[in-house]
Design a protein around this ligand. Structure first.
Ligand SMILES: [Zn+2]
Length: 97
């Protein structure tokens, strides 16, 4: 979801994404990040293009319309959880008194 969020703002590439995730406290290596990006692309949520940046080829990922839909759906779920986390009296669900 984090990757989709940033890819919705601008085309992202692996290294920038790795640094952004590190900023949030996620230490994620290339062996995890690249399969994740490829998986999102295979699922049709991201689309990559290669172009030259600073003298080297770089693969940039941008979000697809399908990715935007998935991001909105995920956001609704996270909002719901967020509300419940901040409720003073979360609903009791076990039927006890
Ligand atoms: Zn971020």
């Amino acid at each position: 979801m984090h990757v989709l969020l940033h890819a919705a703002q601008e085309p992202v590439f692996g290294l920038a994404m790795k640094q952004e995730l590190a900023r949030h406290g996620y230490r994620i290596g290339p062996g995890t990040l690249y399969p994740l990006l490829h998986g999102l692309e295979r699922s049709g949520l991201l689309k990559s293009v290669s172009h030259r940046a600073g003298g080297r080829m770089r693969r940039f990922y941008r979000i697809t319309p399908r990715g935007r839909k998935a991001l909105l759906a995920a956001r609704a779920k996270v909002d719901e959880l967020h509300h419940e986390l901040h409720e003073e009296h979360p609903r009791r669900i076990a039927g006890g008194q």
